[in-house]
Design a protein around this ligand. Sequence first.
Ligand code: HEM
Length: 391
Amino acid sequence: MVAYDPFTWETAHNPYPIYQQLRDEAPVYYNEKHNFWALSRYEDVVAGHLNVEDFSSAQGVTIEGFEKDAPFIIVKDPPEHTAHRRIVGRVFTPRRIALLEPFIRQTAADLLDRLAGKDRFDVVEEFSFLLPLDVISELIGIPAEVRPRIHELSDRIAARDDSGTMQEDAMIASMDLAVLLTELVHDRRAHPGDDVITMLMNTPVEEEDGSTRMLTDDELAGRFLELSFAGHETVAKLIPNGVVALAWFPDARHELAANPALIPNAVEEMLRWDPPSHYQGRWTTKDVQVRDTVIPANQRVILVTGAAVHDERKYQDPDTFDIHRDVDRHVSFGLGRHLCLGASLARLETRVAFEELLKRFPDFSIDESGVERRVNINVRGLSKLPLVISR
Ligand code: HEM
């Protein structure tokens, strides 16, 4: 019998064997302990993402759903979702993202140059944590002096113990973060800048009846919180997941170091091979039939994208990291209505990170004894990844 529990250390350490069992033996799985259903085959996960009528996001996107009342577009259904997504999409344009490339490259180069000559360093603590935090802060206008505090709070909010419940510390951190961001909004009203939050402040929202209004302080603080959290944790995890792939598959690493033009496709493969977001929670709005099972109304269902991207029904040799693979339509950024708004930024940051990293450190291995991982909500990634540099 399949026993899938996303909150155990075993799953956090390596979920792929249990994902295989789920896909093969229980594609429509029910977990009694935490009271949720899980869909794991690529085909079902794609269909679940696209079926937004039967699978709502409004009860939260984690198993616990603790964030269901948060002011995030990720937990909204239309019409609220449509209005906020339109406005964020308007200021978060591909052109604006592309303009960030020199800043991203300079930040990555500065961080890595500090490590020049070292025989070993921790790629999470000294690089992958810091780069996305600086980038998203620059984009949305978070001053440098509060960035480390935001990082610490985001980390505490995402942490879980193996009971899977939100700990008191995570709740305290979440309240502290809300206060800090509201202060930032007040500050920005007094001192406008050239950043996304200032632009949002000056962009009217269109209501369903066609009338317009400006965003409130709470809504702006919500955008700050959403973008800083979503824009940081995920990229901070994708980079080390990619570093692990390149350490385990040295031929791919050598090829990328020799030919950086292959890096964009390698980033797609990193997103597939070990994605930072492993499942997206939904809530059934009515009885929904999936394969030969009827999932009743008002049930938590998770779309296990981490399992879908290793589905052998979709990808040949899915456990192999192949930088030449045509990844086609991976679901690591979700799909459809809630498709990740930061996907192009995440791709840009990760490409630049690996261009700069491999230029300086084409040869490395992992000191496995120092690797650390935490049990997290739906994000999977390392909190420590010591690299040993070969010269
Ligand atoms: C590798 C990095 C990233 C990954 C793997 C990732 C993954 C995802 C996924 C899977 C979703 C869909 C959630 C759902 O359907 O419930 C999502 C939504 C979202 N992401 Fe990302 N993300 C990444 C980076 C970013 C960045 C850099 C930003 C912001 C700058 C961002 C902002 C958002 C927002 C605002 C949404 C909600 C969109 C909506 O509900 O309409 N993400 N992301």
